[in-house]
Design a protein around this ligand. Sequence first.
Ligand code: AMP
Ligand code: MG
Length: 351
Amino acid sequence: MKTEVLSVREIPVREIAEKAAAVLSSGGLSAFPTETVYGLGGNGLSGDSAEKIYAAKGRPSDNPLILHIGYKKQLRPLVKKIPGKAKKLMKTFWPGPLTIIFEKSDIVPDRTSGGLPTVAVRMPSHPVAKAILRAVPFPVAAPSANLSGRPSTTKASHVIEDLGGRVEQIIDGGDVPIGVESTIIDLSGPEPVLLRYGYITLGEIEDVIGPVTVDPAIRAENIVSHAVSVEHPKAPGMKYRHYAPKMPLFIVSGQEDDIISAIRRKASKKAGILTFDEHMDRFPEGFKVSLGSIENPEEAAHRLFDSLRQFDSLPVDIIYAEDMSAHDIGGAIMNRLLKAAGGNLIRADKL
Ligand code: AMP
Ligand code: MG
């Protein structure tokens, strides 16, 4: 299939939105930027479009798709009810990087929801995503625009690399602003449950709706210990190996100086090192990729997936990554890094 690539640097957003709407309305797939990562869009009310998305990504079809809307009023027909806590969260965080899970209505196809009785919905704030979503009369199912198992895409070049030739259209809207996927909260049951860490933190959500339980499957200690709960997460996507670069990745934890000495001791010329600007000079050997300043976790979030992809084009046979703070956005970064490492977290003195 020939993939049409349209850039917002050359074509006005309004025109891009019309062209994307034409592809989506005729049952095709269009990948576009959102504020979190690039999404691979298809008609969210069409089971056939959902199947095309699964096929293009190589994604298991029990892994449900998030529906994206351009107006809040599009939510009502998709769900059985809108709980009060959802209304509060929508008021505070929509449009933005928060996905909410509801009991689904009958118009959402089972193939879109992966056979679940629930549906995930989000309203993005990115101007290009918003224009596209407002140009079609249906919600758009849009999982991250990467091949299944690969790091999510934060630049159009990543999307072209993974999905070129597999989808009708890719919209190049430049680098995405955030770089990690949306936070997911499940409000379909009696208690709110956090299913995925993201840019909006647990604390920010609890400030609005009170206490939230965290799905044991996403707790760092359970990913590291390969606890049974990790095999049965409430968000089906969390059970698959994710974000993985092509070679083994180890995260090294401990005091900063111990981490650096341990990696220095182990790293040969063919090792990749995921580090920070302040530490670049401290590793004489290996291929170093920086996540930016250690003081700037937002920058690290922004660079994470691109950094993991960079290693794939370098002649490295192993990657060592420095552990990073597990608070706020650091928690979302660590969660992705742990998944990329398949839970390989090693104390500096054990390396
Ligand atoms: P992605 O589309 O790549 O951002 O992944 C979407 C994530 O949302 C996956 O981890 C899915 O398993 C999760 N998800 C989507 N819909 C639901 C749902 N109805 N219930 C639980 N998790 C969901
Ligand atoms: Mg994904």
